[in-house]
Design a protein around this ligand. Sequence first.
Ligand SMILES: NC(=O)C1=CN([C@@H]2O[C@H](COP(=O)(O)OP(=O)(O)OC[C@H]3O[C@@H](n4cnc5c(N)ncnc54)[C@H](OP(=O)(O)O)[C@@H]3O)[C@@H](O)[C@H]2O)C=CC1
Ligand SMILES: N[C@@H](CC=O)C(=O)O
Length: 349
Amino acid sequence: MKTLRIALLGFGNSGKALAELLVDKQQEIIEAYDCKVIVTAIATGSRGIVLDSGGIDLRRAVSDITENGAFSEGTPGLETGPELLGDGGAEQVLARGDFDVLCELTPLNIKTGQPAIGHIRKAFARGAHVVTANKGPIAWAYRELRDTAAERGLRFYYETTVMDGTPVFNLAEHTLKLCRVQEVSGILNSTTNFVLEEMEKGVPYDEIMRSGREKGFIEADPAMDLEGYDAAAKITALLNVLMDADMTPDQVDRKGIEDVTPEQVRALTAEGKSLKLLCRGWRENGRVFARVAPEAVEKTEFLATVHGTTSVVTIQTDLMGRLSIVEEEPEILQTAYGVFSDLLRVITE
Ligand SMILES: NC(=O)C1=CN([C@@H]2O[C@H](COP(=O)(O)OP(=O)(O)OC[C@H]3O[C@@H](n4cnc5c(N)ncnc54)[C@H](OP(=O)(O)O)[C@@H]3O)[C@@H](O)[C@H]2O)C=CC1
Ligand SMILES: N[C@@H](CC=O)C(=O)O
């Protein structure tokens, strides 16, 4: 039986949900793929690192962090200390960890995509495959990372970066062969869609953010969502992968919902409209352009039926016309599944 050794950079909402899924599905993976999957390294930003080549006890790690906010003393391979704060822990895991696949699950840095891009470069330099949920690297350095992986014969998968485990990139890669993507649009950020809809219902802002945080979809820095950065990163990632745009998020004409008031939202409701943060990307005179902005849509339009944390992406192609993929009310399990399904691709492809 094969063994696949995984390093997790980041053990927050998605890292913990992935760990639980790996435990739940361990036996099924063995039966289906004759492969034992173990996590041999975990890095966090403030809680130290765990390095254990024999496989970390994931159930204990999840319950420690969830219940006590720290790995318990006596966890085999636990290291803490000021030098491991911030990116120090990830650096140690990348230098000393014993892994075949790196899972990049650190927070989005929309300004540069770092330190996640550096993490992925180092993993490739060590000959490790990479699965990322962090969209920064796909938005800022997709072409370079894709080409490096290909040159080295390594896998580089990123399905979770847009719409969790919904097959968007996989669908295009595997089922739209030789289709040319001409335009991409959609509602790609759950937080803003949720916030606008709760505002429409009259829920106070603090309460909206509290319940959003509880569900786990709001970025570590909520401005990333509210100011349209996360949406800009997602449309950039889509355009880079599906249209080979080679663009970066700072080239997106971006406006978020931070200045939208509940009064404005309710006035639009009275006119039979809903406010949505829409993303659009298109090609014009050989160049790809992108825009993120709140737009009022008629309640009778399809986009108005995209409720709560639901997302939709519409892809305009030459051979298959217009395709829309909807992810209804995702939860953190769907994020974990995106990373999990990419890991299964590493095992099987
Ligand atoms: N949550 C979601 O619904 C989705 C998230 N994503 C993406 O997945 C990524 C992770 O999201 P999520 O799990 O929600 O984020 P969280 O904020 O819940 O967790 C982030 C984790 O990363 C750790 N961390 C921070 N900086 C570093 C670093 N330099 N090196 C190593 N670890 C670090 C944090 O440490 P500490 O525990 O000490 O704070 C924490 O464990 C983000 O890029 C996000 O955009 C993608 C799709 C959906
Ligand atoms: N913060 C993001 C989570 C996933 O990428 C969102 O709100 O959509």
